[in-house]
Design a protein around this ligand. Structure first.
Ligand SMILES: Nc1ncnc2c1ncn2[C@@H]1O[C@H](COP(=O)(O)OP(=O)(O)OP(=O)(O)O)[C@@H](O)[C@H]1O
Length: 722
């Protein structure tokens, strides 16, 4: 059995990639013996024959780097040729000027941080271009498209827009070659921005590597020659968990919850054993089909990881409500535990029917976590050395209260939640372990069939909510009973919703194709939707490129879409509401994610440090009682409600510095000062923000009126005097 080898010439010199067989340890032994055999000296001068040899463990993608010379390289290749076991490859063998020729085993480095990642040999790149891939894609992300040929857009008929994410629009479409319904995700990125291309190609590469019934399948790619648009062709799923849970009348049974959790954990286990962290587990990324099969989707923030690597990762990942405390505390070395935390939040949400940790700011999020899960032990603070711990650490510990809070949940579920929501990531275990705690595989899939439920996605929930608010506001204006309609339903809602959905699609959707593409390589358009598609703008993918939506507002409330219980009788659903979070924001912008070689760890932004310092200064100047509390300083955030320490002061300025989310880290002012009434202060903080927003709005209106030569109205005048 031989190796598959390919060669390329790059700036670094010739590179070879070999898919080989052999065990890593045996390879290491071989390399060492080869060095000895060839008399490679450990402290020789550089010579032009020196090479870097990377041995990559295909399973963990961990790599070890060796230095040797051309003879060593050839010997390694020979050995690999003769080996008969799989799993390892020798890659990135590059001729280079090596300053020190000390023979060394370098620390493990994640293979994706290697400069050659994403690239393929020039010969392969040329083949890819010849096969129809755009040259920018073949050159930037050849690895992601390796072995595939591009699909043509005109072999798909666009049907409806079914999802909108921060970096994408998702459409339902029909593959005319097979008549199959698929989902097409148009990914927004900038082909001239290496970071942006890197994210896009990483999502594809990860999807291609993973193969599991609970992970969404990537079936193909459509790339336009003329633009930098890229479309992922995915298997179509009717629902997502957020959309499903937000349907009025839905309350999942215990069997259903177990079934979803089992599938989620199985999918996560597959990711983790293939060295992939999802880093954005939430309801809207858990897709469900009519048979109740759950698949994890949206690998846009996912990353390969190597537990042995010391390379830092960004902590600005995962939607706020599902974000693990170590990330909030700025950890740059983390692992599978971040996904397990999110899974714990989903478990709680499925049982309680609403998000269990709905923080509005990062500080508030941490505070909610401490209240539910207890604050970390002293040992943990010491051992973890997390960047934000000095700012955030509570003065007195919080007690864990998961069992009390969820006393009505079945005991095994609470037990699992306690595990998954452990403050110390090391105590969260693994997905495989979680699966053994709770789940009887036979339960699953007995009672979940959704065929009679219309497709329900997060976007539907949002539109219903928006529509209900609109209707409610209109009714309120007429009758003064503001939100009665939103609560009680409106007979026309489903119809008007559909209209609204279409109009959203018209106004904000993105075109699959330019006019030219429609006839050449564009998508076929359903005649009934042609005018819509033609009207859609092209090339606006950058519109949101740098704007990560940061919804952190209230949850979807009664949306007025009344349904009879009849529809759900067959699905073991009982009356009640579920409310898997409909926020999709408060996650990191991809533009601030990994650097070229490695992800950048978070460091507190200087502005935050400055503001915190200023606050410390002002606290210290607040009289003797505060002075005595100097050692508490910013740590007062954690004043336990049980401790009753300190006095409430809601007059302190609220802080916000620049960090994540459009580079904003929110440090809620009140959390940073002594208080025994955190909730009240948060409310006050929120009120102040709303007040500020209202005043700004009024000012804008006033300015408009002035520009039109009109007198400002009374209310505006009043508002402007505040
Ligand atoms: N294969 C699919 N089948 C059906 N619907 C899908 C599919 N993939 C995505 N969707 C819908 O589109 C929505 C957005 O997709 P996705 O999460 O992949 O985009 P994104 O831009 O990465 O979103 P986010 O901003 O939440 O990270 C999903 O919540 C889901 O409702």
């Amino acid at each position: 059995m031989g190796c598959i080898a390919s060669k390329e010439n790059s700036q670094d010199g010739p590179k070879e990639r070999l898919s080989c067989k052999g065990s890593l340890d045996r390879r290491v032994a071989h390399v060492n013996s080869l060095r000895k055999d060839d008399g490679v000296r450990s402290k020789d001068k550089p010579n032009s024959g020196d090479v870097k040899v990377m041995l990559i463990d295909k399973k963990t993608r961990g790599s070890r780097r060796y230095l040797g010379d051309q003879i060593v390289k050839r010997r390694i290749e020979d050995q690999i040729e003769k080996s008969k076991v799989e799993n390892y490859e020798v890659a990135a063998v590059c001729q280079t000027q090596i300053e020190k020729t000390k023979i060394e085993v370098c620390q493990d480095v994640p293979v994706l941080n290697h400069p050659a990642w994403g690239k393929v040999p020039k010969s392969v790149e040329a083949e890819q271009v010849a096969a129809g891939w755009p040259s920018w894609l073949a050159s930037a992300a050849g690895e992601a498209i390796r072995g595939w040929v591009p699909r043509r857009a005109n072999t798909f008929e666009k049907l409806d827009r079914i999802g909108q994410g921060t970096y994408s629009n998702v459409y339902k479409a029909r593959d005319v070659t097979s008549d199959k319904i698929v989902a097409i995700k148009k990914v927004r990125f900038d082909s001239s921005d290496p970071e942006s291309v890197k994210f896009m190609s990483r999502e594809i590469l990860i999807l291609r590597r993973l193969d599991h019934p609970n992970i969404i399948k990537l079936e193909g790619l459509i790339a336009s020659q003329t633009s930098s648009s890229l479309y992922l062709v995915l298997e179509y799923m009717e629902h997502d968990l957020t959309g499903l849970a937000s349907l009025p009348g839905i309350k999942f049974t215990e069997a259903q919850i177990k079934c979803y959790m089992q599938q989620l954990l199985s999918g996560l286990n597959h990711c983790h054993t293939h060295s992939v962290l999802h880093r954005d587990v939430k309801g809207s990324n858990l897709l469900i089909d009519d048979n109740g099969i759950l698949k994890i989707a949206d690998f846009g923030l996912a990353s390969f990881f190597d537990p042995r690597s010391s390379a830092p990762l960004t902590s600005r990942v995962v939607t706020l409500w599902y974000r693990a405390p170590e990330l909030l505390l700025g950890a740059s070395r983390y692992g599978v535990a971040v996904d397990l935390w999110s899974a714990g939040c989903i478990l709680g949400e499925l049982y309680s029917g609403k998000p269990i940790l709905p923080g509005r700011t990062e500080v508030e999020q941490l505070h909610k976590i401490f209240k539910l899960c207890g604050s970390p032990s002293e040992d943990y603070w010491i051992k973890s050395k997390l960047p934000h711990s000095s700012v955030i650490k509570p003065q007195r510990p919080y007690r864990q209260s998961v069992t009390e809070t969820f006393k009505d949940f079945p005991a095994p579920a609470v037990g699992l939640m306690e595990n998954l929501l452990s403050m110390d990531p090391a105590h969260r275990g693994t997905a495989a372990f979680a699966l053994t705690i709770l789940y009887d595989k036979t339960i699953c899939l007995r009672s979940i069939k959704f065929a009679q439920i219309p497709p329900s996605k997060e976007i539907d929930a949002k539109l219903r909510d928006e529509e209900a608010r609109r209707q409610g506001a209109a009714a309120g204006r007429r009758s003064g009973l503001k939100e009665s309609l939103a609560r009680n339903g409106h007979p026309d809602l489903p119809t008007s919703l559909q209209q609204r959905r279409n109009s959203v699609s018209n106004n904000r959707g993105e075109t699959f194709n330019s006019h030219k593409e429609q006839t050449v390589s564009g998508f076929m358009i359903d005649p009934s939707k042609q005018s819509q598609a033609v009207r859609e703008r092209r090339g606006d993918f950058m519109e949101h490129q740098h704007k990560k939506v940061s919804h952190s507002g209230p949850l979807v409330q009664g949306n007025g879409w009344t349904r009879t219980g009849k529809d759900f009788d067959n699905h073991n659903m009982v009356s009640g509401r579920h409310n898997l979070s409909t926020i999709s924001g408060l996650v990191a912008t991809r533009t601030i994610l990994p650097g070229d070689r490695q992800e950048k760890p978070d460091v507190p932004h200087p502005e935050v440090v400055k503001q915190v310092g200023r606050l410390q200064g002002s606290l210290n100047g607040l009289g003797s009682s505060r002075k005595q509390g100097q050692n508490c300083q910013i740590q007062k955030m954690g004043d336990s409600p049980q401790t009753g320490a300190g006095k409430s002061s809601n007059k302190e300025p609220s802080l916000h510095g620049r960090g994540s989310r459009g580079n904003k880290i929110y440090l809620s002012g009140p959390l940073l000062v002594p208080s025994n009434n955190m909730e009240q202060m948060l409310k006050e903080h929120d009120r102040q923000i709303q007040e500020f927003a209202r005043r700004r709005l009024d000012k804008t209106k006033q300015a408009k009126l002035k520009a039109q030569g009109k007198q400002p109205t009374d209310s505006l005048m009043v508002a402007s005097r505040h």
